[in-house]
Every structure is written in C-alpha cells, then in structure tokens.
Design a protein around this ligand. Structure first.
Ligand code: HEM
Length: 131
C-alpha cells in the first residue's frame, strides 16, 4: 500500500538543513550548468578580441592573467566545470541504472575528487603568468 507524507515546499530553501544528498546534487548540478553557460558568453567575448589581431588578443589575455582576481575566478571555474562533468557522468550512469544503490556515495566521491583536482590546480592558477 502506498504511503504519502508531507514533503513541504521543495523550493523552500529555508529548510536547507533538511536537504538530502540528492537535493544538494540537484542544486549543485543546476548551479554549475548555468554558471558554465554564463562563462561561455564571457569566453566568446574574450576570444573575439582575436579578431582585432594577434597583438590585441595577446594583450587582452596578458592583462586578464595579470589580475589576481581573474586567477581566483579561474580556480572557481575549474571547480564548477569539474564538478559538473563528474556529477554529469554520475547522473548518466544513474540514468543507465548503474550504481542506483550508492548514489549518495558517488555524489560524495564527485565532491571529493573535484576538491582534490581543484586544490592540485591552485599552484598553477595562482602562481602567475608562465611567461
Ligand atoms: C562532459 C561534460 C558534461 C557532462 C557530462 C554534462 C552532463 C549533464 C547532465 C547529465 C545533465 C542533466 C542533469 C539532469 O538529469 O537533470 C546536464 C545538465 C545541464 N548541463 Fe551539462 N554536462 C556537461 C557539460 C556542460 C557544459 C559545458 C555546459 C554549459 C556550457 C553545461 C550546461 C548544462 C545545463 C545548463 C544543464 C541543465 C541544468 C538544469 O537542470 O537546469 N553542461 N549536464
């Protein structure tokens, strides 16, 4: 016999302490997906400076990389992209019926792996321009 229970308002973020791992995975995946879409437009804007010639493009990139805040943002972008990819692969596996019993564990594994990759990237990103 089926049972019903009061789930409350799903969108009620005031209840965030009660969110399950699956809810956090859903929120993080949506957030990272839309941040990546936002970045895509920024990326196209920066790349389009190459239309003004090699010097303008190189100058734009060197100017951006010289800013510490940009290098911090790059670490954030890596975190967002790596989590979205790892969690996205996890979701695709779930869609295929793989690992249905260990979805919490695989979500935590995505977070830990993302954290490890991001931490490993910090010396490269924050170390300043290579050349
Ligand atoms: C290897 C790379 C990627 C993988 C494996 C991946 C995987 C996925 C999967 C499986 C979903 C559906 C989640 C669901 O079932 O609700 C999704 C949603 C989405 N992805 Fe990706 N994705 C990747 C790259 C990207 C990139 C590069 C962008 C942006 C430029 C992006 C933007 C989005 C957005 C906006 C959504 C919808 C989020 C929502 O529910 O509102 N993804 N991704």
């Amino acid at each position: 016999m089926s049972q019903s229970y009061n789930r409350g308002t799903v969108e009620d973020f005031g209840r965030w302490r009660e969110f399950s791992a699956g809810m956090w995975a859903w929120i993080f995946h949506k957030f990272t997906g839309w941040v990546l879409v936002g970045y895509l437009f920024t990326h196209i804007a920066v790349l389009s400076t190459s239309l003004g010639g090699d010097d303008l493009y190189t100058g734009t990139l060197q100017g951006l990389e010289a800013l510490l805040v940009v290098r911090f943002l790059e670490v954030g972008l890596l975190a967002v992209a790596v989590f979205h990819i790892l969690n996205g692969i996890r979701l695709l596996m779930v869609d295929l019926g793989v690992g249905l019993e260990s979805q919490d564990v695989s979500f935590y594994a995505s977070l830990v792996l993302t954290g490890a990759i991001v931490v490993a990237s910090i010396p490269t990103f924050l170390g300043g321009p290579l050349a």
